[in-house]
Design a protein around this ligand. Structure first.
Ligand code: THU
Length: 126
């Protein structure tokens, strides 16, 4: 699957976003080594801090279905700039593959591709 196709799945997943507080839907599409793709959206809560980001929704779906071999994730938000993953999501993703590819899209459809290690060089581990 091309980067653009994975990003299209992320954009489609954003349609399921539950974001009545921020009004900022985010979608993610996470591809595993065998080609399986898990999608996710952000799910907000009246207790704001309980909100789950799109990337972590996709990641927990994957791991809970037995897939830990993350290869690529595409993230889409209707933002002016690229929709980069927050620090918590970077930390969460690096647990499974520090060198995975992260494709970040923006509202106008433009996107770039980076490695997670490049985005988060000094992650927490022990
Ligand atoms: N959000 C994500 O889904 N992923 C990120 O990496 C950053 C932020 C969501 C959380 C919240 O629902 C909305 O974007 C605004 O912060």
């Amino acid at each position: 699957m091309s980067d653009l196709e994975l990003l299209a799945l992320a954009k489609r997943a954003a349609a399921n976003s539950y974001s009545p507080y921020s009004h900022f839907p985010v979608g993610a599409a996470l591809e595993c080594a065998d080609g399986t793709v898990f999608t996710g959206c952000n799910i907000e809560n009246a207790a704001y801090g309980d909100t789950i980001c799109a990337e972590r929704t996709a990641a927990v779906k994957a791991v809970s279905e037995g897939h830990r071999d993350f290869e690529r994730i595409a993230i889409w938000g209707n933002s002016q700039g690229y929709c980069y993953p927050c620090g918590s999501c970077r930390q969460f993703l690096q647990e499974f593959n520090k060198y995975m590819t992260v494709i970040v899209g923006r509202g106008d459809g433009a996107y770039i591709s980076l490695s997670l290690a490049e985005m988060m060089p000094y992650f927490f581990d022990f």
